[in-house]
Design a protein around this ligand. Sequence first.
Ligand code: SAH
Length: 206
Amino acid sequence: MVERLREHYGIHDPKVLEAMRNVPRHFFVTEALRGRAYDDNALPINFNQTISQPFIVARMTELLELNKQSRVLEIGAGSGYQTAILAQLASQVYAIERIGELAREAHDRIRVLGIYNATVKAFDGTLGWSAYGPYDAILVAAGGPRIPDPLVAQLKVGGRLVIPIGATRESQKLVRVIKTEHKPKIEEHGSCQFVPLIGQHGWEKQ
Ligand code: SAH
């Protein structure tokens, strides 16, 4: 999997590749899918959600430009896989998942792996988590209709927000927002497909 990330997808950051090597992806999927855990695609988890494709996890992580001092907010913890990756590279990870049972399971999994610098709570992540902000980096692993204002507000100046944004629920562009003293800088980093970001600053629940 790591070989493919480097050779085929051009992921070059050695620390990101190392984190992808260290975290056992099979531990985050159901037993029936264990044999496919290192394939090149997203996989289903409970409640109709997905664990993202390894490439997209690596790409989003790379775009956050983390170091061991970084405080990170993650929205859409799902299985907890991305949370575990971020925890390898940052000082502290605050993860939010709107589905209570997924949040509890994700939290248990990362603890079983011996990861103590990350925590997962259940609520609407489009509101951010102001108690621990401002953050050096924010990763949103679900696709929204626009950039949620509270997330930009909770970013440090110079901080990076990576989020899939799309006009429909079905497909998105990967967007990176870099906060500056003035207008945030907005970059596009290719197409992607995520499950919808549902919440006050996301899509309405169907
Ligand atoms: N990064 C995850 C992939 C999660 S899929 C992994 O590695 O497994 C996206 C997740 O976002 C889903 O679990 C969904 O329930 C969650 N989600 C959607 N809207 C949300 C919101 N407003 N706040 C928090 N989580 C949300």
